[in-house]
Design a protein around this ligand. Structure first.
Ligand code: NDP
Length: 347
């Protein structure tokens, strides 16, 4: 069978800015028949995520992520429909997902690598399983629960950076649901800031590309910051951490502003900010959602319930066509998305 697939065309280099041309669409063939234990799936949705930046390097710098190889098909979170199955757990028409879904239109996969999806949980909005009802939602929820020390009645102020992105937009809303009394977002455009306040229930939002972040934070968080959900690192995080209260907590989710740099993870804070962190006993522990997969099932159910009840507002930015996945990745890395960046491959 003839299929389309997307391979890694070139590496941006550790400190280069990734572009759509780092990926290449090509035609390929797969077998017309499947073996015992295999499933033939048609791809519906693919996810592009910041962690993929390090998979573009020869060495990812982490033991749980493998680099993509040149001229080999890329992979990541994906959702599809079963076209044919020789695996006992799956039947034609089932919707399935995997963290290692190949970027191709149709694929033959080992059934053991797939998880079945229940579309009713998200009222049929399947792509949510790559975002709010998937790893992204889990990251926001478990990051807050495991590292945020949010407690209802404690009158806490939460700040979220990367706030209009997939994780950030959920983290602010979950912070509120868990009991924070004030939630302030930081994002890269006025439109994003306006959506955070009007749609997602943030109390205020700062456009970090305009004006002085530290001054605006000071005004918007008069009682200081108790919980900081950090998606970006760098100058923005230095400004937030400098305004954090005694015994407060950073949820160290990601550091996207540093991903095109040569760095160790997590990147150390500048000495003057590290001094503040120590003096004020601010925790900043590494958080990796994959370490909490024992909580996956219950957490997904919680997220789906909030989505159904309208307590969690979900935004997606959808790009159509496998051929545009490289452009979608580039755009997401540069702030082109509001909410989760999704690539729709087929209907
Ligand atoms: P997003 O949907 O948030 O997309 C990335 C966003 O980052 C862009 O929209 C852009 O928004 C912002 N951004 C890009 N460059 C910069 C910069 N230099 N400074 C500030 N903001 C920037 O992606 P995700 O929600 O998928 O991921 C968010 C973070 O969470 C990432 O750091 C990611 O690595 C991390 N993550 C961590 C996990 C974990 O287990 N710890 C799991 C999943 C994700 P803007 O317009 O505001 O600049």
């Amino acid at each position: 069978m003839i299929i389309q697939r997307v391979v890694l065309n070139s590496r941006p280099g550790k400190i280069g800015v990734p572009v759509a041309e780092n990926f290449r669409l090509e035609q390929s063939t797969i077998s017309d028949t499947i073996q015992e234990g295999q499933v033939c799936v048609r791809t519906l949705y693919l996810s592009v995520d910041p962690y993929m930046r390090c998979r573009m390097n020869e060495d990812t710098g982490s033991d749980y992520l493998q680099p993509w190889q040149l001229s080999e098909v890329a992979d990541g979170g994906g959702i599809g429909v079963v076209e044919e199955s020789k695996h006992k757990n799956f039947a034609k028409g089932d919707f399935v997902t995997s963290f290692n879904w190949p970027w191709q239109t149709v694929a033959i996969l080992d059934g053991g690598l797939l998880q079945k999806l229940v579309p009713q949980l998200v009222d049929g909005r399947l792509s949510f399983f790559l975002g709010a009802a998937g790893i992204t939602g889990l990251t926001a929820l478990l990051g807050i629960k495991e590292k945020g020390h949010v407690s209802a009645g404690a009158n806490q102020t939460m700040v979220v950076s990367g706030a209009a992105g997939a994780c950030g937009s959920l983290a602010g809303q979950i912070g509120r649901l868990e009991g924070c009394t004030r939630v302030v977002g930081i994002a890269g455009t006025d439109e994003k800031c306006s959506i955070l306040v009007s749609e997602m229930g943030f109390d205020a939002a700062i456009n970090y590309k305009k004006g002085n972040v530290a001054e605006q934070l000071c005004e918007l968080c008069p009682g200081g910051v108790d919980v900081y959900f950090d998606n970006v690192g760098g100058d923005i995080s230095d400004a937030v951490i400098s305004q954090m209260n005694q015994n407060s907590h950073v949820v160290l989710c990601g550091q996207i502003s540093q991903y095109n740099k040569e760095m160790s993870y997590p990147p150390p804070l500048p000495p003057e900010v590290e001094k503040i962190r120590k003096e004020r006993n601010i925790t900043r522990e590494r958080f990796l959602v994959l370490n909490y997969m024992d909580k996956q099932e219950a957490s997904i159910l919680q997220l789906c319930q909030w989505i159904k009840e309208g307590k969690l507002k979900v935004r997606e930015t959808v790009v159509e066509g496998l051929e545009n996945i490289g452009a979608a990745f580039q755009s997401m890395m540069n702030g082109g998305n509001i909410g989760k960046q999704i690539v729709s491959v087929s209907k």
